[in-house]
Ligand binder design. Structure first.
Ligand code: MG
Length: 149
């Protein structure tokens, strides 16, 4: 067994899509970023490479590389899955910290999107949502933990 953790933060700005786990959450603001800014996918990728002790998202997909400009991060997660070798993901747990919009009604769609990209079952993927007590209005944070066998 190997465990990995990941964490990421993106600033929220008008005119960008809010992408979480490859699913677009309806929102007037979205993550700024070189890629589509999918903060949840970035945390999950870091957790997987962390479990493998093979660097991080920046070392595999550098944000200075024009190939990754505007890329859908879920495609990077699909590539990450090809680095697992003989390892398999047992389960994945995550938390998205966001003041607005509320994610309650989107959680299962986000899980389904992640399941499709990773070829895992929905039962192996947990996505939880927290607000920030209004302390953080213009950013979104994601944390992820993954267990490999
Ligand atoms: Mg990021």
């Amino acid at each position: 067994m190997r465990i990995g953790s990941g964490w990421d933060l993106h600033i929220l700005v008008p005119g960008r899509k809010m992408m979480l786990g490859g699913y677009q959450v309806p929102s007037p603001v979205g993550e700024a970023g070189h890629s589509d800014g999918d903060v949840l996918v970035h945390a999950i990728i870091d957790a997987i490479y962390g479990a493998l002790a093979e660097g991080d998202i920046g070392s595999h997909y550098p944000d200075t590389d024009p190939r990754y400009k505007g890329i859908a991060s879920i495609e990077l997660l699909k590539d990450t899955m090809t680095h697992l070798g003989t390892h398999r993901i047992v389960n994945l747990d995550s938390t998205v910290i966001l003041q607005s919009p509320k994610l309650r009604n989107h959680i299962d769609s986000i899980r389904a999107s992640l399941a499709q990209a990773t070829c895992l079952s929905i039962g192996q993927i947990s996505v939880k949502a927290k607000t920030t007590e209004h302390l953080l209005e213009n950013a979104v944070i994601a944390q992820a933990t993954v267990l490999l066998s």
